[in-house]
Design a protein around this ligand. Sequence first.
Ligand SMILES: Cc1ncc(C[n+]2csc(CCOP(=O)(O)OP(=O)(O)O)c2C)c(N)n1
Length: 554
Amino acid sequence: MMYSKIPLAQTITQLCFLKEIRNIIICPGSRNAPLTIGFTENPFFNVYSIVDERAAAFFAMGIAQQTGTPTVVVCTSGSAVLNFYPAVAEAFYSDIPLILISADRPSNFIDIGDGQTIRQEHIFEKHILYSANLTTEDSDQNYNETQINNAINTSFELKGPVHINAPFDEPLYEKTNQLLVAPKNEPLSITKKKVDEEISEFVDLWNRSSRKLILTGVLPPNSLEQHLINQLAADESVLVLTETTSNLHHPNFISSIDQLIAPLNVEQFKELQPDLLLTFGGMVISKKIKAFLRTFPAKHHWHIDKKKAYDTYFYLSKHFEVSPQDFFESFLQKAKAIESDYQTKWLSVKKIRQRKHQAYLEKIPLSDLKVFKHILEVIPKNTILQLSNSAIVRYAQLFSLDESLKVFCNRGTSGIDGSTSTAVGAAVASKQAVTFITGDLSFFYDANGLWNNYIPKNFRIILINNNGGGIFRILPGEKNSSNFETFFETIHNLSAKHLCEMHQIDYREVVTEDQLEPHLANFFNESEKPVLLEIKTPRKVNDVVLIDYFKEII
Ligand SMILES: Cc1ncc(C[n+]2csc(CCOP(=O)(O)OP(=O)(O)O)c2C)c(N)n1
C-alpha cells in the first residue's frame, strides 16, 4: 500500500484507520494532497469526492447522523475551510460527530502574502468541541499525535464537531510504500456515569407531583426502550409531549403540540401548567410550547442529557448527566404511578383536535397543508424522512406520523443552507430509503447538494414550491407590500426542472390538486434514477389555510 511521504499526513490517516473511522469526504485541492493520497490509497476507507465544501460538510453530517459515528471531511487551505462553518455550527448544536480536517500552509507562511492562505488555527473557535492545531516540525510528533487523538476521541465521546488543522510543507505529492510513523491509538475514556446517588430526593418530588409534563426535543430513533415508554404512558399523572423529530411514539403521547395548545385560552393554559417539567432530547421546534412554559412556569425543570442542559425555560433546577435510557431505567424502578386526571384530560382534547383536523383537511384546497396530508397517506413504511426548515418541518408536526418513519431535520441552527446535502448523506449511509421534503428557498439555496455522484436511485425529493419563503407569510408582520415580497418572502419563479436535468434526476411536476394523487401513487416505485416531484402551491392561499386551521380545530 502507498502512503504520503509526509509523516504528519501518515499520522492523521493512520489514526483514522486505527480508530476505524470509515467514511471520508474529500474536497479537491492541492495543499490537502498528502491526506487525499493517504485516504484514497487505503481500501479500508469509503472515500467520497465532493467539490463544494459547504455541501460536503453537510453530506458528512448526514452520514454521521445515520451511523452515529464520526465522519471525516477534508479540505484544502483558504476560504475552503470557512465553507465548513454552517455544518460545524449545526453539528455543534445537534450533537453530531464530525471531524473537519483542513490542510494549511506552515505557520511562517501565514499573513506574509502567500496565496490561498487565511488564519486557520482555531477558526471554528466558538462552535467546536476541540481544535487540534498541528505543526510541521518532525520533533513535534508526540504533540501532534496527542492532539489528533484528543480531537478524534472527543468527537466519539461527546458527539460533536472537532477540527484538525494540518500544515504541510511542499512537496505535497510524493508517495512511499513505507510507514514512517507508528502513532499510538489513545483509547477512549468513556466513563459511564451512574444515575445520581441523590436520586431519592427527586423520586420523592416526582411521586408527590400530580401534573408532570415530559417534553422531548430532537432524538435519534430508539432512544428509549418500549417498556419504559409503556411505563410512562401508563401513569395518569404524566403527560408526554413529543415532536415529530423525537422519534418516540405511544398512543398516550401527544405528538402535535401546536395542534393541542394553539387554541388554548389563559384558563386552559393554567390547567395545563405542570408542577414538574422533565425534558430530554435536543432542540424543541414548537415556539408555542416554549412561550407557554415560560409564561406558565413549572416549579421545577429537570433535563436529562449526558452532555449538556440548556435553560430553555429559565428555571432549570436539575441536570441528570446520563442518557434518557439509563435515567428512566433506574428512576422508574422507584417512581410510583399516581392518580390524576392530568393525562386523560389532555388526551380527550387531543381526540377532539384530531377529529376536527381530519374534517378540515377534507375541505381545504391545494395548499402546503393539503400536500402533507397526501404525502403522509402514501409514504412507504420504514422510510427515513428528512425535512427542511422552516414551514416544512412545522407542517409535519401537525400530523400523527406512522411510527415506522424516522424523522430528521437540521434543527441545531435551523438553517436552510444544508438540508439537501444532509438528506443525500443520510441516503448514502442508510440501507432504508430516504425521502426529503423541502421548501423551495431551502432547495435552491443548497442546490449544490445535488452535485454529488453517490445519490442512490431510491432517493426521493418532494419540493413544495410556494414561490418563496412560506414561513414569512405565517409569521406576524405586514404582508401587503412589495417590501414584504422582496425582502421577506423573496418571491421567485424558479423551477427545479433544469437542475434535475443537469444532475440526472427524474423530474415530475404537479400544478393542480387532481394531479397530486396519481403522481404520488407511483412516486415511490422502483426507478432507474432518483426522482424529484415539484408540487406548486399557491403562496397567497397557504397562510390563510394554516391560520384558519388553528381556528377550526377548537
Ligand atoms: C442559512 C439561513 N439563512 C436564512 C434563514 C432564515 N429563513 C428561515 S426559513 C426561511 C425561508 C424558507 O423558505 P422555504 O425553504 O421556501 O420553506 P417554506 O418556509 O416555504 O416552507 C428563511 C430564509 C435560515 N434559517 N438559514
